[in-house]
Design a protein around this ligand. Structure first.
Ligand code: PLP
Length: 445
């Protein structure tokens, strides 16, 4: 079998051909250049695990619109739910209650860690980060927020203040929110000084304790915001016990633990939330991305006690909890349950990790293979431990030529992130991994 996935392999290697070029020109003229894209593809349709461009070329989608379309494109159950809702009601905002928002809140509370029973809806990841910062300050009466180096939380000013994955995102926007601090994330492969296999002092809370001693007294801290698996920062899985350490420190000092599961949540890791793997319950959980499988929706989930700090009207949103987006979210939860997609995420992850580890064992693969469930990172380093940024860019381009869309991430953009749909078939997964394997063999450092 050819490693080219496209049903029209003669054109799949030439995305400049056909109508795409003209669309690219129009896009360049009409869309702000800030909205840069990972690829040059001009997509017209989505179908299950595939993206289809304006010239009919098919691309297997291992990016899912950055961990959003976890049920693939146009999953029939979501399409049906959205159509039904479009025919019933689109919008009421805070003018009235509507049944779909209540239903979605109940269903989200049902999949969140026990005790997180109430939901505030917004429209995006950054918006729920903003809301969580406000809630943490309001609930504690304290000003300071702590995040982690390498974290990505979005582009609005509060979320951006907390973002330290790339300085470029912050260039030209200062001044930022005061009283926001960054402390190291336990990225043991590259940023910790302990020997491999030795306990990680960062994961044990050493740097946070030092921050409390030297920079900001813990009694001033409203919240610690953590990605349980760092996303844009490089698909970094922290050592076991790190989240429990944060929980302990938060409890000791009356700080709220905020889990940013915008990327890692909604079943991607094989559990509803990545914190579930560690049995840690945050005070505030934030979800977005895959929650609506592509419809814009975000959720701040917390206990009635913490949510009680927000009296009526103290936070708001015109579009938050929109009926159509809520209908999509309910359909997403139903579908993940009905199709057993939490278990499927785990088996996908095992296949991907096993396969990538075998490339490593043969000496041409990534220096590190990591992840949880279907959220897998392959970090490429040369023999001297230097990031293979250029190799990863060429790998991505090679895969795209062969009809496979993959993304990179990490400080040096030297990590391939694999986030295929949880609905992907074994055959599609095998095809995609075949293309990636061929590319990894061909594209050297
Ligand atoms: C962990 C995390 N938080 C927040 C965001 C921001 O989400 P959005 O782009 O929907 O504003 C992202 C986006 O990638 C994310 O990965």
């Amino acid at each position: 079998m050819s490693s080219t996935i496209s049903s029209t392999p003669e054109t799949a290697t030439d995305p400049g051909a056909g109508r795409s070029g003209a669309w690219r020109e129009r896009d360049r003229a009409a869309v702000a250049p800030a909205y840069s894209r990972y690829t040059d593809l001009v997509i017209e349709r989505g179908e299950g695990s595939y993206l289809i461009d304006v010239d009919g070329r098919r691309y297997l989608d291992f990016a899912c619109g950055i961990a959003v379309t976890s049920l693939g494109h146009r999953h029939p159950a979501v399409v049906e739910a959205v159509h039904r809702q479009v025919d019933a009601l689109w919008h009421t905002s805070v003018v009235t209650q509507h049944v779909m928002q209540t239903t979605a809140a109940e269903r989200i509370a049902g999949i969140a860690p026990a005790g997180l029973d109430q939901v505030f809806f917004a429209n995006s990841g950054a918006e729920v980060v903003e809301g969580a910062l406000k809630l943490a300050r309001r609930a504690t009466g304290r000003p300071a927020i702590i995040g982690f180096t390498g974290g990505f939380h979005g582009r609005t000013m509060g979320a951006l203040t907390l973002t330290t994955s790339k300085a470029h995102y912050k260039e030209g926007y200062a001044p930022f929110l005061p009283e926001v601090y960054a402390t190291p994330y336990p990225y043991c492969l590259r940023q910790c000084s302990h020997a491999p296999g030795e306990p990680c002092p960062i994961a044990a809370g050493e740097m946070l304790e030092r921050l409390f001693q030297q920079v900001v007294p813990p009694g001033q801290v409203a919240g610690i915001v953590v990605e349980p698996i760092q996303g844009e920062g490089g698909y970094i899985v922290p050592p076991a016990g790190f989240l429990a350490t944060l929980r302990r420190l938060c409890d000791a000092h009356g700080i709220l633990l905020v889990a940013d599961e915008v990327q890692s949540g909604m079943g991607r890791t094989g559990r509803w939330c990545a914190v579930d793997h560690e049995g840690v319950t945050p005070d505030i959980l934030i979800l977005a991305k895959a929650l609506g499988n592509g419809l814009p929706i975000g959720a701040i989930v917390s206990s009635a006690r913490v949510m009680g700090a927000w009296d009526p009207g103290s936070h708001g949103s015109t579009f938050g909890g929109n009926p159509v987006a809520c209908a999509a979210a309910v359909a997403v939860i139903d579908t993940i349950e009905r199709e057993g997609l939490l278990a499927r995420a785990r088996t996908i992850g095992e296949s991907v990790q096993e396969r990538a580890a075998s490339w490593r064992a043969q000496g041409y693969g990534p220096a590190d293979v990591r992840g949880r469930g279907a959220m897998v990172g392959l970090e490429f380093l040369d023999a001297g431990g230097r990031p293979q940024t250029d190799r990863v860019a060429r790998l991505r381009a090679r895969c795209e030529q062969q009809g496979l869309v993959i993304l990179s991430c990490g400080l040096d953009d030297n990590v391939i992130r694999l986030i295929p749909p949880l609905t992907i078939s074994d055959q599609e997964l095998e095809q995609g991994l075949g293309v990636l394997e061929a590319a990894v063999r061909e594209v050297d450092g």
